[in-house]
Design a protein around this ligand. Structure first.
Ligand code: E4P
Length: 218
Protein backbone atom coordinates (compact mmCIF):
# COMPACT_ATOMS: atom_id res chain seq x y z
CA UNK A 1 0.00 0.00 0.00
CA UNK A 2 1.33 3.41 -0.95
CA UNK A 3 1.57 6.11 1.76
CA UNK A 4 0.53 9.64 0.78
CA UNK A 5 0.64 12.52 3.24
CA UNK A 6 -2.49 14.67 3.40
CA UNK A 7 -1.18 18.18 3.98
CA UNK A 8 0.09 21.32 2.27
CA UNK A 9 2.65 21.91 5.04
CA UNK A 10 6.12 21.82 3.46
CA UNK A 11 7.95 20.96 6.70
CA UNK A 12 5.73 17.95 7.33
CA UNK A 13 6.02 16.82 3.72
CA UNK A 14 9.80 17.05 4.00
CA UNK A 15 9.81 15.11 7.29
CA UNK A 16 7.70 12.32 5.75
CA UNK A 17 9.87 12.28 2.61
CA UNK A 18 13.03 12.03 4.75
CA UNK A 19 11.53 9.02 6.54
CA UNK A 20 11.84 7.19 3.21
CA UNK A 21 8.33 5.71 3.12
CA UNK A 22 6.45 8.49 1.37
CA UNK A 23 4.87 7.79 -2.02
CA UNK A 24 3.01 11.05 -2.64
CA UNK A 25 0.98 13.98 -1.35
CA UNK A 26 -2.68 14.97 -1.37
CA UNK A 27 -3.90 18.48 -0.73
CA UNK A 28 -7.28 20.15 -0.81
CA UNK A 29 -8.44 23.80 -0.72
CA UNK A 30 -8.94 23.65 3.07
CA UNK A 31 -5.39 22.37 3.62
CA UNK A 32 -3.99 25.11 1.33
CA UNK A 33 -5.98 27.76 3.22
CA UNK A 34 -4.69 26.36 6.54
CA UNK A 35 -1.13 27.11 5.37
CA UNK A 36 -2.16 30.62 4.37
CA UNK A 37 -1.58 30.00 0.65
CA UNK A 38 -3.88 32.36 -1.25
CA UNK A 39 -3.97 33.86 -4.75
CA UNK A 40 -3.47 31.89 -7.96
CA UNK A 41 0.27 32.55 -8.37
CA UNK A 42 1.08 31.59 -4.78
CA UNK A 43 -1.03 28.47 -5.05
CA UNK A 44 0.75 27.34 -8.23
CA UNK A 45 4.15 28.15 -6.71
CA UNK A 46 3.26 26.13 -3.61
CA UNK A 47 2.27 23.07 -5.65
CA UNK A 48 5.56 23.32 -7.49
CA UNK A 49 7.44 23.53 -4.16
CA UNK A 50 5.66 20.35 -3.00
CA UNK A 51 6.59 18.59 -6.25
CA UNK A 52 10.22 19.54 -5.70
CA UNK A 53 10.24 17.79 -2.29
CA UNK A 54 8.50 14.48 -3.07
CA UNK A 55 9.26 11.67 -5.48
CA UNK A 56 5.63 10.62 -6.08
CA UNK A 57 2.26 11.95 -7.21
CA UNK A 58 0.93 15.27 -5.87
CA UNK A 59 -2.84 15.85 -5.96
CA UNK A 60 -3.84 19.46 -6.67
CA UNK A 61 -7.55 20.27 -6.55
CA UNK A 62 -9.47 22.43 -9.01
CA UNK A 63 -11.71 25.14 -7.56
CA UNK A 64 -14.07 25.44 -10.53
CA UNK A 65 -17.20 23.30 -10.50
CA UNK A 66 -18.18 23.74 -14.15
CA UNK A 67 -16.72 21.60 -16.94
CA UNK A 68 -14.86 24.36 -18.83
CA UNK A 69 -13.45 25.82 -15.64
CA UNK A 70 -12.23 22.43 -14.41
CA UNK A 71 -10.55 21.71 -17.75
CA UNK A 72 -8.87 25.13 -17.79
CA UNK A 73 -7.61 24.87 -14.21
CA UNK A 74 -6.67 21.19 -14.52
CA UNK A 75 -4.58 21.79 -17.63
CA UNK A 76 -2.76 24.64 -15.96
CA UNK A 77 -2.06 22.49 -12.89
CA UNK A 78 -0.90 19.53 -14.98
CA UNK A 79 1.58 21.75 -16.84
CA UNK A 80 3.34 22.60 -13.57
CA UNK A 81 5.00 19.21 -13.14
CA UNK A 82 4.68 15.57 -14.25
CA UNK A 83 3.91 14.64 -10.63
CA UNK A 84 0.69 16.67 -10.57
CA UNK A 85 -2.56 14.71 -10.33
CA UNK A 86 -5.61 16.85 -11.07
CA UNK A 87 -8.10 16.45 -8.24
CA UNK A 88 -11.70 16.66 -9.41
CA UNK A 89 -14.84 16.62 -7.25
CA UNK A 90 -17.46 13.87 -7.66
CA UNK A 91 -20.07 15.94 -9.47
CA UNK A 92 -21.65 15.57 -12.91
CA UNK A 93 -19.26 17.94 -14.71
CA UNK A 94 -16.46 16.32 -12.74
CA UNK A 95 -17.19 12.96 -14.36
CA UNK A 96 -16.94 14.59 -17.79
CA UNK A 97 -13.69 16.27 -16.79
CA UNK A 98 -12.25 12.94 -15.56
CA UNK A 99 -13.00 11.45 -18.96
CA UNK A 100 -11.41 14.42 -20.74
CA UNK A 101 -8.17 14.18 -18.74
CA UNK A 102 -8.02 10.40 -18.89
CA UNK A 103 -8.23 10.51 -22.72
CA UNK A 104 -5.27 12.90 -22.72
CA UNK A 105 -3.10 10.87 -20.34
CA UNK A 106 -3.37 13.41 -17.50
CA UNK A 107 -3.58 11.78 -14.06
CA UNK A 108 -6.69 12.45 -11.98
CA UNK A 109 -7.96 11.91 -8.45
CA UNK A 110 -11.74 11.87 -8.03
CA UNK A 111 -12.39 13.37 -4.60
CA UNK A 112 -15.29 13.55 -2.13
CA UNK A 113 -16.39 9.97 -2.79
CA UNK A 114 -18.73 8.47 -0.21
CA UNK A 115 -20.46 5.57 -1.98
CA UNK A 116 -19.70 2.54 -4.14
CA UNK A 117 -21.84 3.97 -6.94
CA UNK A 118 -19.74 7.13 -7.05
CA UNK A 119 -16.57 5.01 -7.12
CA UNK A 120 -17.96 2.93 -10.01
CA UNK A 121 -18.69 6.09 -12.02
CA UNK A 122 -15.21 7.50 -11.34
CA UNK A 123 -13.60 4.26 -12.56
CA UNK A 124 -15.74 4.18 -15.69
CA UNK A 125 -14.68 7.77 -16.43
CA UNK A 126 -11.04 6.61 -16.23
CA UNK A 127 -9.92 8.24 -12.96
CA UNK A 128 -6.37 7.34 -11.95
CA UNK A 129 -7.32 7.46 -8.27
CA UNK A 130 -10.64 7.44 -6.43
CA UNK A 131 -10.75 8.98 -2.95
CA UNK A 132 -13.32 7.52 -0.56
CA UNK A 133 -13.27 9.64 2.63
CA UNK A 134 -13.33 7.01 5.35
CA UNK A 135 -12.88 9.27 8.38
CA UNK A 136 -15.78 11.52 7.39
CA UNK A 137 -17.99 8.43 6.94
CA UNK A 138 -16.99 7.15 10.39
CA UNK A 139 -17.82 10.63 11.75
CA UNK A 140 -21.47 10.11 10.76
CA UNK A 141 -21.68 6.47 11.92
CA UNK A 142 -21.14 4.84 8.52
CA UNK A 143 -18.34 2.28 8.21
CA UNK A 144 -15.59 3.83 6.06
CA UNK A 145 -13.58 0.61 5.83
CA UNK A 146 -16.65 -1.28 4.64
CA UNK A 147 -16.79 1.15 1.71
CA UNK A 148 -13.15 0.40 0.84
CA UNK A 149 -13.95 -3.35 0.85
CA UNK A 150 -16.99 -2.79 -1.36
CA UNK A 151 -15.04 -0.71 -3.90
CA UNK A 152 -12.19 -3.27 -3.90
CA UNK A 153 -14.67 -6.03 -4.78
CA UNK A 154 -16.26 -4.01 -7.58
CA UNK A 155 -12.95 -2.90 -9.09
CA UNK A 156 -11.55 -6.45 -8.96
CA UNK A 157 -14.72 -7.86 -10.54
CA UNK A 158 -14.14 -5.75 -13.64
CA UNK A 159 -10.36 -5.27 -13.47
CA UNK A 160 -10.62 -1.47 -13.31
CA UNK A 161 -7.19 0.18 -13.22
CA UNK A 162 -8.40 3.03 -10.98
CA UNK A 163 -6.48 2.95 -7.70
CA UNK A 164 -8.37 3.12 -4.41
CA UNK A 165 -6.89 6.03 -2.45
CA UNK A 166 -8.34 5.75 1.06
CA UNK A 167 -8.64 9.38 2.20
CA UNK A 168 -9.64 11.15 5.39
CA UNK A 169 -7.48 8.67 7.29
CA UNK A 170 -7.19 9.91 10.87
CA UNK A 171 -5.27 7.35 12.97
CA UNK A 172 -3.01 4.27 12.77
CA UNK A 173 -5.87 1.74 12.96
CA UNK A 174 -7.37 3.32 9.84
CA UNK A 175 -4.05 2.65 8.06
CA UNK A 176 -3.94 -0.98 9.19
CA UNK A 177 -7.58 -1.59 8.26
CA UNK A 178 -7.00 0.01 4.83
CA UNK A 179 -4.07 -2.34 4.27
CA UNK A 180 -6.23 -5.34 5.27
CA UNK A 181 -8.93 -4.16 2.86
CA UNK A 182 -6.31 -3.93 0.07
CA UNK A 183 -6.59 -0.19 -0.58
CA UNK A 184 -3.92 0.78 -3.12
CA UNK A 185 -3.03 3.99 -1.30
CA UNK A 186 -3.86 5.66 1.98
CA UNK A 187 -3.54 9.39 2.63
CA UNK A 188 -3.37 10.76 6.13
CA UNK A 189 -1.56 13.09 8.47
CA UNK A 190 2.10 12.60 9.46
CA UNK A 191 0.94 11.89 13.04
CA UNK A 192 -0.96 8.76 11.91
CA UNK A 193 2.10 7.45 10.04
CA UNK A 194 4.42 8.09 12.97
CA UNK A 195 1.95 6.44 15.36
CA UNK A 196 2.55 3.16 13.47
CA UNK A 197 6.06 3.19 14.95
CA UNK A 198 4.90 3.01 18.51
CA UNK A 199 4.73 -0.07 20.73
CA UNK A 200 5.46 -0.09 24.48
CA UNK A 201 7.27 -3.44 24.20
CA UNK A 202 9.61 -1.95 21.57
CA UNK A 203 10.48 0.90 23.96
CA UNK A 204 10.95 -1.31 27.04
CA UNK A 205 12.81 -3.96 25.01
CA UNK A 206 15.24 -1.39 23.63
CA UNK A 207 15.85 0.10 27.09
CA UNK A 208 16.62 -3.39 28.41
CA UNK A 209 19.01 -4.19 25.52
CA UNK A 210 20.88 -0.92 26.04
CA UNK A 211 21.03 -1.40 29.83
CA UNK A 212 22.37 -4.97 29.46
CA UNK A 213 24.93 -3.82 26.90
CA UNK A 214 26.09 -0.97 29.17
CA UNK A 215 26.37 -3.32 32.20
CA UNK A 216 28.34 -5.95 30.27
CA UNK A 217 30.68 -3.31 28.84
CA UNK A 218 31.28 -1.25 31.99
C1 E4P B 1 -8.43 13.80 0.65
O1 E4P B 1 -7.70 13.87 -0.30
C2 E4P B 1 -8.69 14.88 1.60
O2 E4P B 1 -7.67 15.85 1.45
C3 E4P B 1 -8.63 14.47 3.03
O3 E4P B 1 -8.16 13.16 3.20
C4 E4P B 1 -9.76 14.87 3.87
O4 E4P B 1 -9.48 14.50 5.20
P1 E4P B 1 -10.32 15.07 6.43
O5 E4P B 1 -11.66 14.41 6.42
O6 E4P B 1 -9.51 14.67 7.64
O7 E4P B 1 -10.41 16.56 6.23
Amino acid sequence: MKFFIDTANLAQIKEAQDLGVLDGVTTNPSLMAKEGITGKDNVLRHYKAICDIVDGDVSAEVIATDYDGMIREGEELAELDDKIVVKIPMIKDGIKALKYFSERGIKTNCTLVFSAGQALLAAKAGATYVSPFIGRLDDISFDGIELIEQIRLIYDNYEFDTQILAASVRHPMHIIKCAEAAADVMTGPLSAMLALLKHPLTDSGLSQFLADHAKANS
